[in-house]
Write a protein that binds this ligand. Sequence first.
Ligand code: LLP
Length: 432
Amino acid sequence: MTTLSGLPDATLPPGFGYRHDQLMVEDVSLGQLASEHGTPLFVYSRAAMLGALAAYQRGLAGRQHLICYAMKANSSLAILQTLVRAGCGLDIVSGGELERALAAGVDPAKVIFSGVGKTRAEMRQALTVGIGCFNVESRAELDVLDEVARGMGRRAPVSVRVNPNVDAQTHPYISTGLKGNKFGIAHEDVIATYRHAATCEGLRVVGIDCHIGSQITQTGPYLDAMDRILDLVEGIEAAGVPIGHIDFGGGLGIDYQGDAPPEADALWKHLLQRLDARGFGDRKIYIEPGRSLVGNAGVCLTEVLYLKPGEHKNFLIVDAAMNDLPRPAMYQAFHRIVPLSPRTGLATTTWDVVGPVCESGDWIGRDRALAVQAGDLLAVMSAGAYCMSMASNYNTRGRAAEVLVDGETATLIRARETAADQFRSERPLPAA
Ligand code: LLP
């Protein structure tokens, strides 16, 4: 694919590029998809997702491993099916995600259940279908799980999520491995927790787990966490509790704005060297990547509704909003915004790209240099992860439609949500 020379910094992620001045995803014109399905519209590249997965598969080749896609990143059924059919297990965090996972055809034995607040009902649901592992986050949860499993005459497969107290050097809202976080069991309490778990009749210890945060762009924090986990495994096994698998969590970042995270295969080359050096080379490895599998495989297409130049700021009002793309409002996140058909001969102006929602926080990009007119189409890049899955109906806006592209084939994988869809489960008062 050629890159349009006139565009500043037009390096786009794999699967996306300009051909004859039209932004393409694989062999499909994004402009064509927008006119067929309307906007806002999420579009994903199957090849980009499978390419991202392949980097992990290369990195872990020859090792016993299970890649459990953290489905919270994007839980649309067709996305799950794509990754499950390519061999992934799934990392879930709720009973709802379990139902989706099963609907996508995952083998329950390849499902792991993370999260600090599993309910008894969710535990029963997961035990009934026979998931592979509960990642337990507190002593209280461990005891409830033991009780629930005994009540069902089962033994729940468990791994304790360790809080390794490592700084992932990322946004504070998405850093999870530090002492002040709500996640995991404190490093110093872990061995005692395993001793206790080993005595519970409703539990079967199968592994150990950690996850230190998200959008991590350096190898160092992973190496630190690995060292801490391996120290613990040595201690736990010395206490007589064998550890089957070691789960190193997810968290690998993607390039949103010139970020330079390591490639998954390069990261694992380093991590495996450390694992080998410490004598754990033949241990079964689990990982829970989310963003790095889908983030750069998706874009959100949006139409420019109005230009609103002003004395202090110029606003570009588009039809996508914070309910579709919550990351800028929540984390001040940066998503690149590019035109589907770049214009020549139109002055470039600096715009704040904002949505129609009635909140000042409803912005998608700030101070973006764009040459656009009303009616033009834009692509918000790197929108495959934590956009659709975090979308809301705020302002009674229907959630966007989604399309999955494979080569020349585009498939609608989610219809645009209607207002009737949104209030279907509401119960209006009887007529006055
Ligand atoms: N495992 C656990 C236990 C997690 O909590 C998460 C993400 C993952 C795996 C996957 O992490 P990833 O590979 O995607 O970094 N909404 C935020 C990100 C929240 C991440 C929550 N946990 C965002 O849009 O940046």
